[in-house]
Design a protein around this ligand. Structure first.
Ligand SMILES: *Cc1c(COP(=O)(O)O)cnc(C)c1O
Length: 705
């Protein structure tokens, strides 16, 4: 039988082991996993009517299961009456406890899919004159969960316990921080307790041991009313759900202990070493996005992803709230996309696009022209969003040169814009958040106009176009194009502005003979509720960039679409004005594998009721994020399509928030002043609620500071 054990130990006698164990029992039950609690030694027992000693905590576990328990779900193997250390209680009864015998008895007693073995007291609680709980854990060889009582001094206790467990060669699956009493009234003391979670997460991560959950004090559990207590248990089970999922998932990979398998345990220990080595190499040698090489932010290892779930090395599952930066609209490992990739990889993975064409490129072109705003007819395939922006900017400048307007080379962009990280794209990113200062003297100087002041959800104010109108009127002789992210400004601040701004901008561009470039790399393919955000205004830009969700997040690919007028003007240029050639050609242009995947992704999208789904996500996000409005640190909550944004009043602490989100079983990566959600379109209501609750919880507990 594939029975699995988890040894639950604590930093202290009253760390909250019993609460966590009972809560886990309930969380596992809620996931449909049959589990039981086994107490090798129980002191402080009282005899029942028949004179048989009863474990005092059995009631608690029964209560946690709300009467759904079968007989024998909580068992104490050795019961003693005195409420003292096991070795004394046993001696008083004229008995002796032996680690090996206790371990053997535990193994014989396991019946359920998961057995939670709850130790008595801390790690060095004596069993007899020579042995302690640690010896029992070693004899048992089961993975260990360390419950840390959240009080002053607990970091010290937690680290001592961790070093001991790891030093004894035990596999520690993680820690749970548990508060067993109401929070103190004193604000400073409360702050210290909150900080314990952040510290534990960091210090644990450095030792390869994650903080799996934070269990707050649950006052409902002390209620005399069983119905109220059930609410408490449900809440407790929810905070422990990440741990329960990990136990369930690890079962599939049998990463939890099979009682007899010493060799398997050995293998698991090397697995943990390997995980640590991997993170160490990453830390020492690999750069991550927008991170220091020498003091990087923490990373977690993802081993697979399915649907809306990311699976971590240790078996934990996270609900994805990011779609991997706008890309994974269908979720992960979609079988249709996987099949399309496999077939294309086996047929023609790549071939140069110079002088050669292929069906995937042509098919993708056909599909894009059907979906793009009316009037865009020519497509250039590039390999990433930033490169698409470079191509679009070059296209605009070449267009003006082709017409003999050599002075029209300047670009206008909006403050708060984000268009990519290459030098040309950076030059049109917001000058402050885009770090222009770092590249002063290197970046081309562009013109910036204040970000559209008219909110998406407020009546349009024509005055918001005034700054743009002034710049175009004054400088149009030296301007090639205006570049904007239509309606939704993404990475530069997640700002949603009124579509009439875009309408007005289209008119201004026509009036002053300047091209309009729409960067739809983030907004394209349904994210805002329209296939392209330009549709909100019913305008066709002269040039449009798309990428990100184009392949459903499977591969990098982007496209630049242009109107016939732009393409023909460049194409008809005289030899001294470029001779009709667009000067760009990435090595992996039109990569067949990426194009075939994009075709499959667009087919999947178009065959799905994506409009309804996005509209539904929008309404659920509105509901789940609404409570954030009541928090003093929150400046704004806005939702459009499958994008939910909470803007706060200070620059967020990414590491602290990420640590908190991991304990909540969600993947959310905040940035700047915003915590935002852009889940895959297949997200369930339950996923969305978990994401929303995590955002609220983080801000409520002040984890963003
Ligand atoms: C992400 C993004 C880019 C850059 O795309 P990469 O593929 O990261 O180079 C450009 N513009 C917008 C609006 C984006 O969101």
């Amino acid at each position: 039988m594939n029975a699995r054990m988890l040894f639950v130990t604590g930093t202290d006698t009253d760390a909250g082991k019993t609460t966590v164990t009972a809560g886990l029992l309930r969380a596992l039950e809620d996931l449909g996993v049959c589990s039981e609690v086994l107490k090798p030694v129980q002191t402080g027992c009282e005899p029942d009517a028949e004179g048989v000693l009863q474990a005092p905590d059995a009631d608690r576990c029964a209560d946690a299961l709300g009467g759904r328990q079968k007989a024998g779900r909580t068992r104490a193997l050795r019961c003693f009456r005195p409420a003292c250390s096991p070795h004394l209680a046993a001696a008083e009864a004229g008995e002796r406890l032996d680690a090996r015998e206790l371990a053997a008895a535990c193994r014989r007693a396991t019946g359920a899919a998961v057995t939670l073995v709850e130790g008595a007291g801390g790690i060095y609680v004596p069993l007899n004159d020579d042995e302690t709980m640690r010896d029992l854990m070693q004899e048992l060889g089961a993975p260990v969960l360390l419950v840390v009582g959240n009080k002053l001094g607990c970091i010290n206790h937690a680290l001592l316990s961790l070093e001991t467990l790891l030093g004894a060669g035990l596999r520690v699956v993680g820690m749970v921080l548990c508060r067993t009493a109401a929070l103190p009234d004193d604000a400073v003391e409360r702050r210290l307790l909150e900080d314990n979670a952040v510290m534990l997460e960091r210090l644990g991560a450095a030792r390869g041991v994650p903080l799996l959950a934070c269990v707050p004090f649950e006052p409902l559990l002390t209620s005399a009313d069983p119905a109220v207590r059930q609410q408490g248990w449900r809440a407790l089970a929810r905070s422990l759900e990440p741990v329960a999922r990990m136990l369930r998932n690890n079962g599939a990979e049998s990463a939890c202990s099979a009682p007899q398998a010493g060799a398997a345990e050995e293998g698991r220990r090397t697995d943990q070493d390997d995980a640590r080595a991997l993170l160490a190499f990453d830390h020492d040698h690999l750069w991550h996005p927008y991170t220091s090489a020498t003091a990087p932010l923490p990373v977690v290892e993802v081993v697979s992803a399915q649907g809306t779930r990311l699976r971590l090395r240790d078996g934990r599952e996270l609900v994805d709230g990011m779609s991997s930066w706008w890309c994974a609209v269908h979720g992960y490992s979609n079988p249709q996309l996987v099949r399309a990739m496999q077939e294309q990889a086996a047929t023609l993975s790549h071939v140069m696009f110079g002088g050669i064409t292929h069906r995937p490129a042509v098919e993708l072109g056909r599909r894009l022209l059907r979906l793009l705003p009316e009037g865009l007819t020519r497509i250039f395939f590039a390999d990433s969003g930033s490169v698409a922006v470079e191509v679009a900017l070059k296209m605009a400048i070449q267009y003006q040169r082709s017409r003999g307007l050599d002075d029209k080379t300047g670009l206008v962009a909006l403050r708060g814009a984000y268009h990519g990280d290459t030098l040309g794209a950076m030059s049109v990113c917001d000058p402050v958040t885009g770090m222009h200062r770092l590249f002063a003297g290197v970046l081309p100087q562009q013109t910036f106009v204040e970000r559209p002041s008219c909110r998406f959800d407020a009546p349009f104010d024509p005055a918001s176009l005034e700054p743009m109108a002034q710049v175009l009127e004054r400088d149009h002789d030296r301007l090639a194009a205006v570049i904007v992210e239509p309606v939704v400004q993404g990475a530069g601040g997640m700002w949603f502005y009124h579509p009439d701004y875009l309408k007005g901008l289209r008119r201004l561009c026509d009036q002053f003979d300047v091209l309009l470039i729409a960067d739809e790399i983030a907004t394209g393919f349904g994210r805002t509720g329209r296939m392209f955000a330009s549709e909100w205004a019913g305008v066709t830009p002269d040039i449009l960039c798309c990428g990100k969700a184009l392949t459903g997040g499977m591969l990098t690919l982007s496209a630049v679409a242009a109107t016939e007028a732009v393409a023909v003007t460049i194409g008809h240029a005289s030899p001294e004005r470029g001779g009709g050639t667009l000067m760009h050609g990435p090595t992996f242009m039109g990569n067949p594998l990426a194009c075939a995947t994009a075709c499959a992704s667009l087919d999947l999208l178009c065959a799905s009721p994506w409009q309804q789904r996005v509209a539904h996500i929008e309404s659920v996000l509105r509901d789940v994020l609404a409570p954030c409005r009541g928090l003093p640190c929150v400046r704004d909550v806005r939702v459009l399509g499958a994008i939910g944004v909470v803007e706060v009043d200070s620059w967020v602490n990414v590491a602290a928030m990420q640590a908190y989100f991991l304990t909540q079983g969600v993947w959310i990566r905040p940035f700047g002043y915003t915590v935002y959600l852009m889940p895959p379109f297949i997200a369930s209501d339950e996923d969305l609620h978990r994401l929303g609750q995590a955002v609220y919880g983080a801000l409520h507990e002040g984890r963003h500071r």
